[in-house]
Design a protein around this ligand. Sequence first.
Ligand SMILES: Cc1cc2nc3c(=O)[nH]c(=O)nc-3n(C[C@H](O)[C@H](O)[C@H](O)COP(=O)(O)OP(=O)(O)OC[C@H]3O[C@@H](n4cnc5c(N)ncnc54)[C@H](O)[C@@H]3O)c2cc1C
Length: 440
Amino acid sequence: MKNVPRVAVIGAGCSGITALKNCLEKGLDATCYEANADIGGNWIYSEQESHSSVCETTHIISSKTLSEYLDFPMPEDYPDYPSHEQVLRYFRSYADHFGLRTHIRFNVRVERAELGEDQRWTLTLSDGTTEVFDYLLTANGHHHHARHPEGIAEAFAGRYLHSHDYKHNRSFKDERVLVVGSGNSGCDCAVEISRVAASVDISIRRAHYIIPKFFLGKPADTFNKGLQYLPGFLRGPLQKLSLRFQVGKYAAYGLEEPTEPVTKTHPTLNSELLYKIRHGKVHPRRGIQSVAGNTVHFTDGSQGTYDTIVAATGYKITFPFFDRAMINYEEADRIPLFLRMFHPDYPTLIFIGLFQPQGAIWPLSDMQSRVAAAYMTGEYVLPSKLGQEAEADSDHIEREFTRSKRHTIEVHYHAFMKRLERELAKGRKRALGKERELVG
Ligand SMILES: Cc1cc2nc3c(=O)[nH]c(=O)nc-3n(C[C@H](O)[C@H](O)[C@H](O)COP(=O)(O)OP(=O)(O)OC[C@H]3O[C@@H](n4cnc5c(N)ncnc54)[C@H](O)[C@@H]3O)c2cc1C
């Protein structure tokens, strides 16, 4: 009887559960390790500061129909933008529907993952045991290790926190608050805190597209989906024109006008920030020059005094279970992986969900997991020049997006989905060719 490969999946967030499901469906002997007590990763709301969770009031930023696993629709009665409780329920019903729970070892952290000369992985687990696997799928997420802005926490005399530790607005009542960063977390924090604070400023270093969640009565991403079939040179200007209708000029809100095409950045989806600015509840500021005591000096020469600073400055990509000499992407501005998942040097290691789409992660993690499962069963064969292909993937990101740490793992949702589908078909053909060669 043919040996069934043993597969370990690290993490039972939305990426890990679809990795597990696709492995089991292909008959692989898969086990998932999850440090938490349940499924859901970032979507398990918790007031515990150490746990990286959504906030009390989070609603998803991609719309329902573009946030579904490939074979498991969201319930019909869900709204266009479900709440975090609904999203978490959806993940858990996916796990129950596909019978995943009995294959997940909860409350077990993978402490170390070591690669042997035979390309098999030895995992050291937090329960004191070790296990050996043929393949390792990491789905440990990339929104849990806070990236702090340099020098601010040390120089500021008031309270300082990262958006990672922001869970709700109750402790901000009557405070003067500065939020640093205008990504999705920064804008959400500014809007929520402005409901109770004495004042909220938001420091924006670089001009940024802030896109309302609806256009012509439809979720903005479904409108943009319709534009995907146009060539890039038309798509960018059309998206910009539609934004002009929705928003007008950013200058009308005291914001700088972004100069690069919408398609070259990771946009912020938020319908309330611009509204709050025009209602005098949130005040835009430029980048931070320096901090002294409770006073912050901005690059345009203005200054403000604050009780609290919330740094919404993103996350580092970390893999604490790998030897740092082997994998270390913490400060990387290039991560050459084929399809954002295959490392040219380690054929038994596969990353799932290590990308940042302009949409939900899990449908793409589902597609990546289908490629991974087909690879491990031999139905899919990788291209021969994997190193070159991985470098080409990083070159592509640098061409498609403005170069910055924010865009190291950025992908265009629809294009990436199509690429994975096409590559799966190509790799299947390569596998058939190989089979024929062997028979011949
Ligand atoms: C505040 C906030 C709001 C967000 N809003 C959105 C949104 O609206 N739309 C969207 O698409 N995305 C959003 N995200 C991004 C979010 O990261 C993804 O939606 C999604 O959770 C990524 O799933 P994942 O499974 O890849 O990672 P995670 O959700 O991070 O799951 C990783 C899992 O791996 C486990 N794990 C990690 N290390 C180990 C280990 N060593 N051993 C065992 N288990 C381990 C963790 O406990 C966790 O359960 C948001 C993130 C945050 C923080």
